[in-house]
Ligand binder design. Structure first.
Ligand SMILES: Nc1nc2c(ncn2[C@@H]2O[C@H](COP(=O)(O)OP(=O)(O)OP(=O)(O)O)[C@@H](O)[C@H]2O)c(=O)[nH]1
Ligand SMILES: [Mg+2]
Length: 646
């Protein structure tokens, strides 16, 4: 049987979960059609999801079309849970982007679409809710062509769009010789969809079951489902972690190559080898239970003790250099257990939640020992609070929500530490005295600023003979591990914020077998990068929000003046039918103030939508964040803290 891993993505409330349920029902995988509003769907299975009627975690359900097994991954649309979508994107063979026929293209729609495009995920579009009053799928098509891509194709496909990507179709189209049969066009549509050149559009209603057979046929015919190589080395990715009822950690794995069996040794996250104790392969209802995972399939894997979400299983999958790169959380809040006696268990519980969602970035500062988490917004905060209370029995309060800044290096800088410095000089001819290097390895790193939004890149530019294979086994594993050490070291920059938008290049390394260990490289990375950062200097940058505002025209002046006083800038505005719409950008830190004042300023009718809008340097008095451990620049305190923590 072929397998297709299909993500369902959309702005919040567009109907992803309803569509998932409908596809499962129509394909015969379930007998009863559940409803989001009744809390009875397959994929909104968490208590909190059912109560709130929104999806919080991604979920997998399987159905079958002919000889094709489809693993549907229903994702959350609320921007507070965008990280969930990011984790799923890398394991998909295809996607359905849902757009409401009433609301049309919404703020999250282009963001998700661009990510799918960047990763070249073949994508179908489903225009949903055509049964609702105000539905206008022609208008929606129009705005999709403008705001998503001109390569949006209405079915049945004609040759115009397809001819843009294929010479022979173009020639046949121009010659108009009758050789462009419907079958040929449909076939070509499949070819171009699988190459992510065009995006076929389906139209219907998930709740009424309209347009579903056509969509199912499209999923079967137009999306890719090629199996990988079962004899290659194992290579997979963990896209979700959850705890089962007995508290055990289970991993959702998509396999790209190789074959994975229970009790087979496999490297997890580039670190230790582990053995899955048991596995359950996702398969359509009624198929026999299988525990051997083949390439292209997904499984729930138990018994990987150290696994975290995002980990590679075996070798890292190839062709994954492009990441989805959605913005990181911009808010941070201190969490306190109401009962002080529970403060310790709170830390443990949050660490468990971080296995599923590392971006919450649980931190404890070195002085006040306060625990804080990073957040996208209020809904995520409420969900974390409710989860702690229900699943862990810890009632908490959040205090002091602040914004999370980042640091960007100001200029290029290099630093190095040399093993056996007295006798060893590196290629640049420089050497340093023995006493400066407390670790047993050589490491030289170059740090360069990258354009805003680039994220962190790591490059290993060293000769293969310098790689300590007796520790890391393969050059690739060394690179993967050094990459992880670099990211760990960049977690706290000169002012305590995460360092971003930079490239770190390893230009030299060395070891002395057998005394050098992995931890020498890990700690040296922290030391060398701290020195490089110190030489480079950093800009502290605060997060910005892109705002869409809507208000009665007579109130616009007052609203926009207040926005200006709060440090916002209007980028464009227009007035029609008595309503003024404006696009603006302002520091995330002040959005709440504006939100509070908006009803009073706009006769209760103002609407404000906010989404991440990048970062800007703070010129005066940039805020510092309390560190979770001393900086390597304060060498004695840092070394002492290392021995304290082992
Ligand atoms: N009229 C109508 N309502 C629909 C349709 N599809 C979904 N809805 C309703 O739209 C609301 C949101 O549906 P969901 O399926 O939860 O949307 P979602 O995209 O999964 O939402 P999140 O996961 O929270 O982002 C629910 O009230 C649904 O009943 C449709 O085709 N027609
Ligand atoms: Mg949903």
């Amino acid at each position: 049987m072929r397998t297709l891993n299909l993500g369902i993505l959309a702005h919040v409330d567009a109907g992803k979960t309803t569509l998932t349920e409908r596809l499962l029902f129509t394909a015969g995988a379930i007998d009863h059609l559940g409803r989001v509003d009744a809390g009875t769907t397959q994929t909104d299975s968490l208590e909190l999801e059912r109560e709130r009627g929104i999806t919080i975690r991604s979920a997998v359900a399987t159905f079958q079309i002919g000889d094709l097994a489809v693993n549907l991954v229903d994702t959350p649309g609320h921007p507070d849970f965008i990280a969930e979508v990011e984790r799923v994107l890398g394991v998909l063979d295809g996607a359905v982007l849902v757009v409401s026929a009433v609301e049309g293209v919404q703020p999250q729609t282009p963001l998700l679409f661009r990510a799918l495009q960047r990763l070249r995920v073949p994508t179908l579009i489903f225009v949903n809710k055509t049964d609702r009053a105000g539905a206008d799928h022609e208008r929606v098509l129009d705005s999709m062509r403008r705001r998503l891509s001109p390569a949006v194709v209405v079915l049945p496909a004609t040759a115009e769009t397809l001819a843009e990507n294929d010479e022979s179709i173009l020639r046949a189209f121009v010659a108009d010789d009758g050789s462009l049969s419907e079958a040929r066009l449909r076939k070509e549509l499949g070819v171009q969809t699988r190459r992510a050149l065009v995006y076929p559009v389906f139209v219907g209603s998930a709740s009424r079951g309209v347009g579903i057979d056509e969509l199912l046929a499209g999923i079967d015919e137009l999306l890719p489902s090629g199996p990988g190589d079962p004899d290659a080395p194992v290579s997979g990715r963990v896209f979700k972690i959850e705890r089962n009822s007995s508290g055990e950690r289970v991993a959702y794995v998509r396999l790209f190559a190789g074959t994975l069996r229970p009790r087979q040794r496999v490297r997890v996250g580039g670190g230790e080898e582990e053995k899955p104790s048991s596995m359950r392969v996702f398969a359509p209802a009624g198929s026999p239970r299988r525990d051997v995972l083949m390439p292209g399939e997904m499984a729930v894997v138990r018994g990987l003790g150290t696994v975290r979400v995002g980990d590679a299983i075996g070798a890292p999958p190839v062709g994954e250099e492009v990441s989805a790169r959605f913005p990181r959380p911009a808010l941070e809040s201190v969490v306190v257990a109401r009962d002080p006696a529970q403060q310790r268990s709170l830390r443990a519980a949050l660490n468990q939640l971080a296995e599923q969602d590392p971006l919450i970035d649980v931190r404890q500062d070195d002085h006040r020992h306060e625990i804080s988490v990073s957040l996208y917004g209020e809904v995520q905060k409420e969900v974390i609070g409710a989860t702690l209370e229900r699943e862990y029995g810890i009632a908490v309060e959040f205090s002091e929500t602040t914004t999370v800044c980042i640091e960007r290096p100001m200029r290029v800088a290099e630093a190095e530490e040399i093993l056996y410095a007295k006798t060893h000089t590196n290629i640049t001819g420089r050497s340093s005295p023995l006493s400066t290097n407390p670790f047993r390895a050589t490491l030289a790193l170059r740090l360069e600023p990258l354009p805003p939004g680039s994220g962190v890149e790591f490059v290993a530019d060293v000769e293969p003979r310098l790689v300590p294979l007796y520790i890391f086994h393969t050059p690739e594993a060394f690179t993967t591990q050094m990459n992880a050490y670099v990211r760990e070291a960049l977690a706290e920059g000169l002012s305590g914020w995460q360092v971003n938008d930079c490239r770190v290049t390893m230009t030299d390394c060395g070891y002395g077998a057998p005394i050098t260990g992995a931890s020498d490289f890990r700690l040296l990375t922290q030391l060398v990068l701290a020195n490089a950062l110190d030489r480079a200097g950093t800009w502290v940058c605060e997060p910005l929000a892109d705002l869409s505002l809507e208000m009665p025209a007579p109130t616009a002046q007052k609203v926009l003046a207040t926005l200006g006083r709060l440090g916002g800038r209007v980028r464009g505005q227009f007035t029609a039918n008595g309503l003024t719409r404006a696009q603006a950008v302002m520091p995330v830190a002040r959005v709440r103030t504006l939100q509070h004042q908006l009803p009073g300023l706009s006769m209760g009718e103002g609407l404000l939508e906010s989404r991440p809008g990048g970062y800007q340097p703070i010129a005066d008095n940039p805020p510092r964040r309390a560190r979770s451990r001393p900086s390597p620049l304060e060498r004695d305190a840092w070394l002492a803290s290392l021995s304290r923590r082992g």
